[in-house]
Write a protein that binds this ligand. Sequence first.
Ligand SMILES: NC(=O)c1ccc[n+]([C@@H]2O[C@H](COP(=O)([O-])OP(=O)(O)OC[C@H]3O[C@@H](n4cnc5c(N)ncnc54)[C@H](OP(=O)(O)O)[C@@H]3O)[C@@H](O)[C@H]2O)c1
Length: 261
Amino acid sequence: MSPLAVIAGLEVPANVLVTGASSGIGLAAVGQLLDNARVGRVVAVSRGAEHHAGLSELGRSHGDRLLTLSCDITSDNDRDALAARLAAAGIDSLHLLLNCAGVLHAHRLRPEKSLAALRSDALAQVFALNAFAPVLLVQALLPLLKHRDPVVLASLSARVGSIGDNHLGGWYAYRASKAAQNQLFRTLSIELRRTHPHAACVLLHPGTVDTPLSKPFQAGVPPEKLFTPEHSARRLLMVIAGITPEASGRFYAWDGAEIPW
Ligand SMILES: NC(=O)c1ccc[n+]([C@@H]2O[C@H](COP(=O)([O-])OP(=O)(O)OC[C@H]3O[C@@H](n4cnc5c(N)ncnc54)[C@H](OP(=O)(O)O)[C@@H]3O)[C@@H](O)[C@H]2O)c1
């Protein structure tokens, strides 16, 4: 059986950059992309990527097809340095950007159950990563999209970011940051139609996935609805493989179904 096309219509080996590559869905996606013979090089990005045991292990098996780069994608300096670090490693074109970095909880950061729990510093922290970093990352990597091959820019969102689907409330910062990311990517899709007609940018909901991000909130999730990171990554890569520029600016779930804004 021939390997799965990474992106529809791409004839050359795909160069892929995955953020959030040290954990959960991003790490699973890096492994699956490296196993695909139609993938050229994979760039794995997270703050601690260069010191991550799992990525080091993959590096030993796949040699220089894998490049790990430690980068805080909320930092202007780190993003600016990224394109230069890729060029230094001989990577001057990208075909797929898969942004899997995201935050729901962290040290002194919990999703808010009520208005009383809102804090401006927490809102800023969550928005910096979930809303602003993905589109600023595209800005930083734009020189690598100058070629004429197909490109997909995919960023993980979340169904709870859908405003129309919000019937439960709570999780103010996380919901709103994902909704803001959706609007930023939708706006980007309209500009790219003009400037980069070979590119598509989409938002993706990965399902509820057993990762450190969802761990504290899995109690009410039926086992059959809790995906492994490997299952979610596989389904997301299948959705990505079917994306064409006509689909740009839309929000899709792991099964390819479109999600309302
Ligand atoms: N899990 C779910 O059920 C679920 C459901 C809906 C949507 N999602 C979305 O799916 C995406 C992936 O989630 P996940 O569950 O795989 O999360 P995860 O296991 O917690 O992984 C998050 C990743 O983001 C990286 N990261 C965090 N801050 C960063 C920064 N400032 N710069 C660069 N990288 C950073 C982390 O690595 P370092 O710490 O090394 O930086 C880690 O690799 C997120 O956007 C999440 O919102 C997840």
